[in-house]
Design a protein around this ligand. Sequence first.
Ligand SMILES: C[S@@+](CC[C@H](N)C(=O)[O-])C[C@H]1O[C@@H](n2cnc3c(N)ncnc32)[C@H](O)[C@@H]1O
Length: 243
Amino acid sequence: MDTKLIPTLNNMGWMIAQQPDLYTEAFIEYARTAEKPVLEVGAAYGVAAPRILQQGGRVIVNDLDARHLDTLYQQTPENLRENLQLLVGSCVDEIEITAGSLAAILCGRVFHFFDSATILQCLKRFAHWLEPNGKIFIVADSIYHGMNEPIFSHFLARKAAGETNAGRVSLLDNPRLAVQPHRDEILAAMPEYFHFIDIETMAGFFNQTGFLVQQASYFPAHYYYEVSLWDGREGVGLIGVKI
Ligand SMILES: C[S@@+](CC[C@H](N)C(=O)[O-])C[C@H]1O[C@@H](n2cnc3c(N)ncnc32)[C@H](O)[C@@H]1O
């Protein structure tokens, strides 16, 4: 079966079902060497967590929707469940984690649902939860996402004007989405507003919240269908080190 994406149950888009991006891979690799647990935020049914458990690591898995976490628990072999902790609730203002208790955090394809103030709030919380030199791995939809292509000049104008949320777009009147045969279905399966992300802005947020940028790039979002693709830079990833 060639399903690339699995729908979330709370209309928050889809979870990657196949080979993930290089930043998620880097998080899984980093978890191998971690002495403290790692956290996967906004995981849906868990992208990295099953592989981290298989390699013997301890992982806390967070999502807004308890049904996603329940599915992950049911799919986890019994002998690995003692290394899995489930944490339902919003990473913005609900879940609590002991300060300095985590080695690394993956937040995959969640930040493009948040405005700048919310991203900053999350990053501050992540910094608080991480051990010194702990790492964050962020993956999101970039400003080169296919649905931003026909309106890219608008983004550039907002950015040039110094708007705080320059990447914010409503998908309701999106020209690329408008001509899709399943437009209404697609719209119903995700939030109306997206905040497409550029490296410069996100790197600034890292520095404001106590992280050095270790790596950052745009990459082809091979996990998406045609409607979301543009020029091979649809995904954006950053790795940050807590200073
Ligand atoms: C597009 S899916 C991404 C799933 C997975 N991380 C991936 O990369 O495929 C977004 C997920 O983030 C979760 N989410 C959205 N806002 C959240 C929040 N404030 N706190 C925790 N999880 C959140 C949703 O419930 C959903 O499962």
